[in-house]
Structures are given as structure tokens and as C-alpha cells.
Design a protein. Structure first.
Length: 319
């Protein structure tokens, strides 16, 4: 029997979004109160915010109790925020869990369309696409951003043969059964997290359906401001993901300290270790030029901080 109104948990990763998060949350909460009969809840995963994002989320939550913050004081990357949000989702036992960006690029009505398709049993995971016929783009990305986007898409297709036109659209929804099975395989903490999610689903035999989406590219993108470095980090992450699923990976494990060092040099959150692996803290010590590293190792550039790409590993705060 198809459940037309399953319980839904929406994750919204946020980094320094005090100017935009309030209206977005109110729009989603108001829409789903008026148009959705099932249980709807939203968790804003705050990724090392240095502004008043938390205060605004808490203020909106007083008006809409279905909204709650999940705050991480140190930056853990967008992918890291979604991994933590997915852990929260398995505890809350929502039938469907999805995510959108905090800038309001995906309107509530468009996300509701994903819910309808997933609830109808069309696929285990339904994702929005800005590149399919029928997509409504009120404001498209810049030409340079589109060039990088299509280049990244080509690399992903060559490595994984996913057959998906838009892996990076942050409007995705997955069923609980699928999420619970793949959760431990989600490791990428940067913006290539979406590829990690889709590859994990496909390798375990879950179905993915890509549908046209309504989308508005928002001004002030943190990705556009640091496009070259972000693109390099994403490239490294998808290559690493390919190696993880190849016979070569066991031979490359001794290089993990070098991998961690490289990500930190790029001011990006390193991939998370497997549950049965050792803490990444020794890798930071090996990567450090100091004989006795302090508790907080601070790598800081203004553009990295604006992106929220830092990470907290082993008690050391990397920004």
C-alpha cells in the first residue's frame, strides 16, 4: 500500500546564513503546514557558523516547532553536515529524508514534488535536476560555473557511469531503508558528497530517479567565489571515491596521512575514516611540521572561512 503522506525530515546545511535562512525556513514551514497532511520536520545543521545563524534558527523555531537546529561549533564541511544530519534522521525514524540548500534556490513546492514521487514508489531516491527538459530555471548559473559543472559531470560519468545528468543539484530525497544501509559508506565531507551518496545507493541496488526541478541560482554563492579551489577538492574526492571501490585501495591505505595533509592544505575537510579505522588524529600529527602540535591547529584563509570548509578532527580545530 502506497503512503501518500509519509513522515518527512528535511535537512538544511547552513554556514553563515543569517541573511537568508529566516525567510527560507518560514516559507518551508508555512507551505508544508498548508499543503502536506503527513508529519514534516526540518533540521538545520549549522556548520561552524560565525554569525547569528543559530539565533535566527532558534527564533524561527519558536514560531514553528517543527524546525530545530543541530549545531556544530567547528566547521565540518557541507558533506560532513549532511552526514551528521543523516545520522539524526535514522534516530528520528522519518520515512523520507531529504536536503536542500539554505539559500532558497529550491522552493518548498519543488521539494514537495520530490516527496510525491518518492511516496508513490517511483524510486528509492528521487533527485532534482537542472539539466533535464522541463526544468524551470528562474536564474541560471554563470557561464564559468556552468563550464566547471559540465566538466565535473563528465569526470563523474567517466569514473562511475551513473547515467545522471545533474549529480550536484542539492535537492534530493531518500527512503529510510536505503539511507540506513548506506550511511556507513558516506565519507566525503566536501561538496562532492552528492556523488558519494548516489554511488553508494547504486552499488547497493537502490533505484534513483532524476526529475526536472524548479530552481533559482542565488547571488553570493560561496562556491563561485572560490571556484578553482573548490573544483580541485571535488575532483580529488571523486577520484578517491573511485579508488575506494577498486582493488588498489588496500595498497593505498598507508598514504592516508598524505591524503589528510593534502586536504588540509587546500582548506577542505578530509574524507571521514571508516568506522573500524583508527582516529585521524595521528595523520594530523604526521602532517604537521611541529614536533609538539598544540591542541588547536589553525589553518586559516579568509576565503576558506567564508566557505565553511574547515573541519574538527581529533580535538584539533581546522578552519
Amino acid at each position: 500500500m502506497v503512503d501518500n503522506s509519509p513522515s518527512v525530515l528535511l535537512l538544511i546545511p547552513a554556514y553563515n546564513e543569517e541573511e537568508r535562512i529566516g525567510p527560507v525556513l518560514r516559507d518551508y514551514a508555512t507551505y508544508f503546514r498548508e499543503h502536506y497532511e503527513g508529519e514534516f520536520r526540518a533540521v538545520v545543521v549549522l556548520n561552524g557558523c560565525r554569525d547569528n545563524t543559530l539565533g535566527i534558527v532558534e527564533e524561527v523555531a519558536k514560531e514553528f516547532p517543527e524546525i530545530e537546529p543541530l549545531n556544530f561549533e567547528a566547521p565540518i564541511g557541507k558533506g560532513g553536515a549532511l552526514i551528521e544530519g543523516f545520522k539524526k534522521a535514522t534516530e528520528m525514524r522519518a520515512v523520507l529524508t531529504g536536503y536542500v540548500d539554505a539559500d532558497g534556490a529550491t522552493p518548498a513546492k519543488a521539494f514537495h514534488e520530490l516527496i510525491k514521487r518518492c511516496a508513490a514508489g517511483e524510486a528509492d531516491c528521487v533527485i532534482g535536476s537542472r539539466w533535464l527538459p522541463g526544468s524551470v530555471l528562474h536564474q541560471s548559473q554563470t557561464k564559468l560555473r556552468r563550464v566547471f559543472s559540465r566538466g565535473f559531470h563528465t569526470i563523474v560519468e567517466l569514473l562511475f557511469w551513473l547515467g545522471i545528468a545533474d549529480t550536484q543539484c542539492p535537492a534530493k530525497l531518500v527512503r529510510r531503508e536505503a539511507l540506513e544501509e548506506i550511511l556507513e559508506s558516506l565519507r566525503i565531507a566536501d561538496l562532492a558528497f552528492d556523488v558519494n551518496l548516489l554511488v553508494s545507493l547504486k552499488q547497493r541496488g537502490y533505484t534513483i530517479k532524476e526529475v526536472p526541478i524548479e530552481w533559482t541560482d542565488q547571488l553570493g554563492s560561496k562556491v563561485t567565489a572560490n571556484l578553482w579551489r573548490v573544483s580541485l577538492v571535488m575532483f580529488l574526492s571523486v577520484v578517491r571515491l573511485r579508488l575506494v571501490h577498486s582493488p588498489l585501495y588496500n595498497w593505498l591505505r598507508p598514504l592516508r596521512p598524505l591524503e589528510t595533509w593534502l586536504y588540509l592544505r587546500l582548506n577542505a575537510p578530509p574524507p571521514r575514516p571508516a568506522a573500524d579505522s583508527q582516529s585521524p588524529a595521528p595523520a594530523l600529527e604526521e602532517a604537521s611540521p611541529l614536533d609538539s602540535p598544540p591542541k588547536y591547529c589553525l589553518l586559516y584563509t579568509s576565503d576558506a572561512a567564508d566557505e565553511g570548509l574547515g573541519v574538527d578532527l581529533g580535538g584539533r580545530r581546522i578552519i
